[in-house]
Design a protein around this ligand. Structure first.
Ligand code: SF4
Length: 690
């Protein structure tokens, strides 16, 4: 950066982009952040990716920040700045009126998985105590909700079992399934590459030639949507070769006989046929994984974002249990959570079925505990999940929505459907940093504070709670998000005092056994400074938990999933002959609201494209770089063709970051029946030359 050391100060904080949770110093000159530098944190070991290095501060000072509350003029459709007092009065009055007329269950609130734990806790408290609604959710619904639901069922806890350092430094074999960490979790990708360089073997299970596939010992380039068949086939091959860990299976798991009978059908030949892979490669992968002492499974949205996502997740834990690879160093089942604080959003109770720390709303004792602590009687209607809320907006069951820092018009499947839902609302409030595509549909926009303007914590993918610190004052106008929520609560008649972030964490700890020993003071103190604390952390003298399920699963004995392979909801046909998958690229993050304010990142990756296999491209008469029209049953876009052999013939891939030519005009909102995650990873499309 362009500064001298004596004119700046350094503020230690956590990267605001992905779930790796890299530690960095923001370099502050005056009241401006001029640079970001890597420091040695437990998950990043001194590394940062391009997003953390150059995309973590430009957006803070961006002239595009919204700095005043805005209210839409009903006649002109234009937003007009209003005072905070007028905006908050309107928000409280409208939510109050809708609650009085239609009941709290006609309101929904979505939390922001980019914001701090303290913000999210207050948001869900506002929804439950002031709006009186059970409809509270966060964007995990469209990514890792199957992880939470699936691993709770089989292991008793829906989070990464081991730590980043542990799986990268200890592993002898890494089984990487439906995960492209070099783009989506780049520092994790770097650490996996290092693991391979020091001699670890790598098995990549992915329909594309992702970067790490070139380093893999085995690449199973399976057909999208066939993870359950793959995992059942692995278990079959492991059991058939006598490589199951008999002692672990007997002592630590239940239902093995039924499971073994179920996978008996999944012969290598049959699985090879379903997945479009080589039967010998499958057996070799199963052998390599089973024989290693230390072999983690690492997976991501390629497993979860399917109409069979929960079954896919549970089938990952099947493989680990059969081989006894849980509760040990360098092993486990390790979902890579997407956003910086999507783990925290789930931990903080921003879901309709859970209070903080996955304490169940349906459990009368838990409900009584929270009602006593918060001094309210809560709405008993079962809550809707975010993906169920959109249809409910269209049919009138949901009339008002409070949307905190989410951009579903860009990020949720079937954009026409999302817009129709938002337009059906009587009242939409968006709390945001920028005028996003979604914010344009709001009645009221409240300006928020960025991560660099507040104190708090993020919880990264390995359950590590780490500090976020105020580096700058930020633009004049926005208020602290926790203050805005408290003020709305008070105006709606709920007596919520103003609390600092550290006081809010005290309240969280007092109500949440897995966070009971976590406080800002402790995170800042010598004992854990710079390393954060991994939950479960049940008391103030507990060091936190690096490896879960040691000796015993959270649910007692581990359970197997008996899920059979089911095909994806929408498969190619004569009219839509190609399969479309979606995913991320390195230089951008999600809807680009933050990374898109950095010139350098837009120069590296600023436009939509579609990857086509060269065989398909030739048939379509499309050359690399040509403009093409892509359509599905739901919509149509134009984009640029990238022709290669990265995907197999019949399969295509697009990033979902870019507004022009966004893949979500095409994607299918077919839901997983358990976790209600949409099937982003498989839909049927047609590609035509323009
Ligand atoms: Fe930030 Fe993730 Fe990159 Fe680390 S890997 S610097 S957390 S975006």
């Amino acid at each position: 950066g362009n500064y001298r050391e004596w004119e700046v100060s350094r503020v230690r904080t956590t990267c605001p982009h992905c779930g790796v949770g890299c530690q960095l110093d923001l370099i502050v000159k005056g009241d401006e952040i001029v640079d970001a530098q890597a420091v040695n944190g437990p998950s990043n070991a001194g590394l940062l990716c391009v997003k953390g290095r150059s995309g973590s501060f430009d957006f803070v000072n961006s002239p595009d920040r919204i700095t005043s509350p805005l209210v839409k003029n009903r006649e002109t459709g234009e937003f007009e700045p209003v005072s905070w007092d007028d905006a908050l009065a309107l928000v409280a009055e409208r939510f109050g009126a809708i609650k009085a007329e239609h009941g709290g269950e006609s309101i929904a609130a979505f939390a922001c998985s980019r914001s701090t734990n303290e913000d999210i806790y207050m948001l869900q408290k506002m929804a439950r105590c002031a709006f009186d609604t059970p409809n509270i959710d966060n964007c995990a619904r469209v990514c890792h909700a199957p992880t939470v639901a699936g691993l709770v069922t089989t292991l008793g806890s829906g989070a990464m079992t081991n730590s980043i350092e542990d799986v990268c430094e200890q592993a002898q074999v890494i089984l990487l399934v439906g995960s492209n960490p070099e783009e989506a979790h780049p520092v994790m990708g770097m650490r996996i590459r290092r693991a391979v360089e020091r001699g670890a073997k790598l098995i990549v299970v992915d329909p594309r030639d992702i970067g790490l596939a070139s380093k893999a010992d085995i690449h199973l380039k399976l057909r999208p949507g066939t993870n359950v068949a793959f995992a059942n086939g692995m278990a079959h091959a492991i059991i058939a070769q006598g490589l199951a860990d008999k002692e672990f299976v007997e002592n630590r798991t239940e239902g093995f006989e039924e499971f073994a009978a179920m996978v008996a059908d999944y012969t290598p030949e049959k699985v090879a046929e379903i997945c479009g892979i080589d039967a010998d490669d499958l057996v070799q992968a199963a052998t390599m994984y089973a024989k290693a002492d230390r072999a983690p499974i690492i997976y991501c949205l390629g497993v979860t974002e399917h109409s069979t996502g929960t079954e896919g997740v549970m089938s990952m834990s099947n493989m680990a249990m059969v081989c006894g690879k849980l509760g040990k160093p360098g092993c486990g089942v390790n979902p890579l959570r997407g956003q910086n604080n999507v783990q925290g959003a789930c931990d903080m109770g921003a879901g309709p079925a859970d209070f903080t720390g996955y304490q169940k709303v349906a459990n009368p004792d838990v409900l009584a505990k929270f009602e006593t602590a918060w001094g309210v009687k809560m709405n008993r209607t079962p809550g809707l999940m975010a993906t169920e809320c959109f249809p409910a907006m269209i049919d009138g069951r949901i009339k008002a929505l409070f949307l905190f820092g989410e951009d579903p018009v860009r990020t949720d499947p079937d954009t026409h459907h999302v817009i129709h839902a938002l337009e059906s609302l009587d009242f939409l409030v968006v709390e945001e940093l920028f005028m996003t595509e979604t914010a344009k549909y709001a009645d009221v926009i409240l300006p928020g504070r960025s991560y660099a303007e507040k104190e708090g914590t993020f919880t990264n993918t390995e359950r590590r709670v780490q500090r976020v610190r105020k580096a700058v004052k930020g633009p004049d106008g926005p208020r602290l998000d926790t203050e805005v929520f408290a003020e709305i609560m008070r105006r709606m008649g709920y007596d919520q005092p103003s609390l600092s972030a550290s006081q809010i964490m005290e309240e969280i700890a007092s109500l949440t056994p897995s966070y009971a020993g976590i406080s800002h003071a402790r995170l800042d103190g010598a004992q854990v400074a710079g390393r954060g604390i991994q939950w479960p952390c049940p008391s103030e003298d507990h060091p936190g938990t690096a490896i879960m399920h040691v000796g015993q699963f959270s649910r007692g004995k581990g359970g197997y999933s008996l899920a059979q392979y089911r095909p994806s909801a929408e498969l190619p046909n004569a009219e839509y002959p190609l399969m479309l998958m979606t995913g991320r690229v390195l230089a951008q993050y999600n809807a680009c609201a933050m990374t898109g304010r950095t010139e350098g990142l837009n120069e590296i990756a600023g436009e939509s494209f579609i990857e086509l296999n060269s065989v398909d491209a030739e048939q379509l008469g499309v050359a690399d770089g040509d403009r093409v029209r892509v359509s599905s049953r739901r919509g149509e876009i134009e984009t640029t063709a990238r022709v290669s052999s990265k995907t197999n013939p019949g399969q295509t891939w697009m990033p979902f970051h870019f507004q022009d030519g966004n893949s979500n005009w095409l994607t299918n909102a077919a839901l997983d029946p358990t976790a209600k995650v949409p099937e982003y990873k498989v839909c049927a499309v047609k590609v035509e030359a323009i």
